[in-house]
Design a protein around this ligand. Structure first.
Ligand code: SAM
Length: 349
């Protein structure tokens, strides 16, 4: 039988010095067991209440200036100050603060006085602002799709309606919809760029110059970033190989390209990737975070649209989330696997 007081004392020590606690493996196991412990200890009604609300609470904390007001305080900040900054009535705000404290997004230092926590500090960073915007912004980005998923799953098998379309009451797909929602679109692309910024990239596992760049002529197209978003990977390749001979092309929807980075030597080209690839004989056609958005048949359509463009030296590079068929152990679930596949000119990937 676990000794509750011993466990509480140990957890307090851990919370005080999280970084120096145990090995990476042990920290992972503690996180996993901590979540399990929380799940088994909470009452069923607590579980039901917990499920949908943390993202919503994070959004309120950001949008109503709760976190920024806590960050601006030298010490703990009182409820009235937060109320003035947020425009929320103290009575309502107090309930919200209770929930934020419960979720680790604030701490009640003393009665009606609050402090920022490491989590709410994170939520103030631009990247995590964008992350919450992408997932939950005014409930009009991903969240309505999540909440419609149960209905989408009951659609007839041949239905092409997605949960996003059902949730948003729109006929448009996510990317088309974003064209008329520029704030959401900008947050999405910043998030795309930043979410993997601290992880190794495809350029850490592929020596582009040695493997694909030999004998390049100035007229050769070296790299086509298909659905390349804001062009961060073209910029990365330029940094990795500053004096690259040959051209780079960034393809995406025209409206996305208007806001893309200006990278020296990169040509922007509006192109729909389900249509025939107009750039022929490129050394590499690169797809980052594209395939996981689609069912197999659309992925096949996208790949087939490239077969006719591929020459003897062309390859397709797919940089995406890859999961093994067997359920991965929990600690691998967050990792990203780089799948860089070389194809023949038949276009097999
Ligand atoms: C998940 S984002 C990935 C962006 C970029 N590759 C990255 O990794 O940062 C998907 C991209 O595909 C683009 N896209 C969606 N549908 C497209 C289409 N039919 N043709 C071309 N690009 C498309 C979107 O505008 C978006 O930039």
């Amino acid at each position: 039988m676990a000794n509750p007081q011993l466990l509480i004392d140990q957890l307090k020590l851990l919370v005080g010095t999280p970084d120096s606690y145990g090995t990476e493996e042990q920290r992972h196991e503690i996180k996993r067991l901590g979540r399990l412990a929380s799940n088994v200890l909470e009452a069923p009604f607590e579980t039901m209440q917990r499920l949908p609300l943390p993202l919503v609470a994070a959004r309120i904390g950001q949008d109503c200036h709760v976190f920024s007001t806590l960050a601006a305080g030298q010490d703990s900040v009182d409820l009235d100050t937060i109320s003035q900054a947020s425009g929320l009535e103290p009575r309502i705000l107090e309930s919200i603060m209770d929930y934020l404290c419960n979720q680790g997004m604030a701490v009640q230092a003393e009665s009606h006085r609050y402090l920022l926590t490491p989590m709410s500090r994170l939520l103030l960073l631009p990247l995590f602002g964008d992350a919450v915007t992408h997932f939950v912004r005014s409930h009009d980005n991903c969240l309505p799709g999540f909440t419609a998923l149960h209905r989408a799953l009951k659609e007839p098998r041949d239905s092409t309606l997605t949960a996003f379309q059902l949730g948003q009451h729109t006929d448009e797909d996510f990317y088309t919809w974003m064209e008329t929602h520029p704030t959401n679109q900008a947050a999405f692309h910043r998030f795309m760029k930043a979410q993997f910024a601290s992880l190794p990239t495809w350029l850490d596992v592929l020596d582009f110059k040695t493997e694909l760049g030999c004998d390049a002529e100035a007229t050769d197209v070296m790299f086509v970033d298909v659905g390349g978003g804001n062009g961060s990977q073209c910029a990365g390749l330029r940094r990795a190989w500053p004096d690259m001979t040959g051209k780079m092309i960034l393809q995406d929807k025209p409206q996305v390209l208007e806001r893309a980075l200006q990278v020296e030597g990169v040509e922007k080209m509006g192109h729909d990737f389900v249509r025939e690839q107009p750039v022929k004989n490129a050394r590499a056609y690169y797809f980052r975070q594209i395939m996981h958005n689609y069912d197999d048949d659309v992925c096949i359509t996208i790949l087939k649209a490239h077969i006719g463009a591929m020459g003897n030296h062309s390859v397709i590079l797919i940089d995406d989330k890859v999961l093994p068929d067997a359920k991965p152990p929990p600690r691998c679930a967050r990792g990203r696997v780089h799948g860089c596949s070389q194809s023949g000119h038949e276009g097999n990937v």
